[in-house]
Design a protein around this ligand. Structure first.
Ligand SMILES: NC(=O)c1ccc[n+]([C@@H]2O[C@H](COP(=O)([O-])OP(=O)(O)OC[C@H]3O[C@@H](n4cnc5c(N)ncnc54)[C@H](OP(=O)(O)O)[C@@H]3O)[C@@H](O)[C@H]2O)c1
Length: 258
């Protein structure tokens, strides 16, 4: 989301306030509490989820955007729960995935995708995930059966079995067409990348649940959800981090360390 915001692609939804600071997820400790704020104290470890302003070593966030960080996870993992973990969690609740389901995850090696794989596995589903060949072993390690995206995608997935639910974290023509072919009017699909293709196919956008950040963080604290950290960079490497993300092949998440 950060590079899309900086590049102006989200202007319609989240108009840029300039000068601006990117960053939609962060984690840290409370250093001061504003007047009238209840429920948070100096020293509390928290996760922040917002639109922009996270690329700072000290930030002033509305208390309503904070979620207590469970003790069992570190700040790197905690920050990944704000958008990626919470979105994947919301998608699987929306799909009502459970034992007996076979879930196809488009973009399974990315931030949202890798979380969706792990949460679907924890719910008892079989998971098939799309990724490039370099991420197939990684997907197997998460408990998914990997399939290469690209021409012939639907046939390759079909050869592994019937799909009952789809989480699309990539979008576009190919993933949408495969979703429609594989579900064949049965089963359900959600997308984190709504667009004209998904709208025409009747694929629902993900509905973000209240409490999703805390629920995802609890899964992580229980050892059921863990993000691969593709690269750690200092805050001064923010521009490089945005470039890496924009290139589209991050495995898990890129983390900035203030
Ligand atoms: N609506 C919402 O509330 C919401 C919330 C969160 C995210 N999003 C959106 O959801 C999308 C996913 O976010 P993210 O943070 O998970 O992205 P990400 O981590 O940057 O995704 C990168 C992944 O995409 C995979 N990929 C690249 N080309 C692909 C293709 N043709 N088919 C399938 N997978 C491909 C890559 O796998 P390989 O390296 O193996 O190619 C890589 O692992 C973004 O567009 C984001 O803006 C929306």
């Amino acid at each position: 989301m950060d590079w899309k915001l900086v590049a102006g692609y989200l202007e319609r939804f989240f108009p840029l306030q300039l000068p601006g600071v990117p960053g939609c997820e962060a984690a840290g400790a409370v250093t001061a509490v504003g007047p009238g704020v209840t429920g948070f104290h100096v020293g509390d470890e928290v996760i922040w989820n917002g639109i922009a302003g996270g690329y700072r070593s000290v930030s002033n966030f509305p208390a309503g955007q904070l979620t207590p960080k469970p003790a069992g996870i570190d700040f790197e993992q905690a920050t990944c729960m704000a958008i990626a973990g919470g979105t994947a969690y919301s998608a699987l609740v929306q799909l009502q995935v459970g034992v007996g389901d076979t879930v196809l995850v488009h973009g399974a090696a990315g931030g949202v995708g890798s979380a969706a794989v792990q949460i679907a596995r924890d719910l008892g589903a079989r998971v098939i995930g799309t990724a490039s060949g370099q991420n197939h072993e990684y997907l197997r390690g998460l408990g998914a059966e990997p399939v290469a995206y690209g021409e012939g995608l639907a046939e390759r997935v079909r050869s592994l079995g019937s799909i009952t639910a789809v989480v699309d974290t990539f979008g576009g023509d190919e993933a949408t067409a495969a979703t429609v072919q594989l579900l064949g009017g049965h089963g359900t699909a959600v997308t984190t990348v709504p667009g004209k293709e998904s709208a025409a196919a009747g694929i629902a956008p993900v509905r973000l649940l209240d409490g999703r950040v805390g629920d995802a963080a609890q899964l992580a604290a229980d050892g059921k959800l863990r993000f691969s950290i593709y690269e750690r960079l200092p805050l001064t490497g923010a521009a490089r981090a945005l470039g890496i993300s924009r290139a589209g092949h991050v495995r898990g998440k890129v983390v900035l360390i203030p």
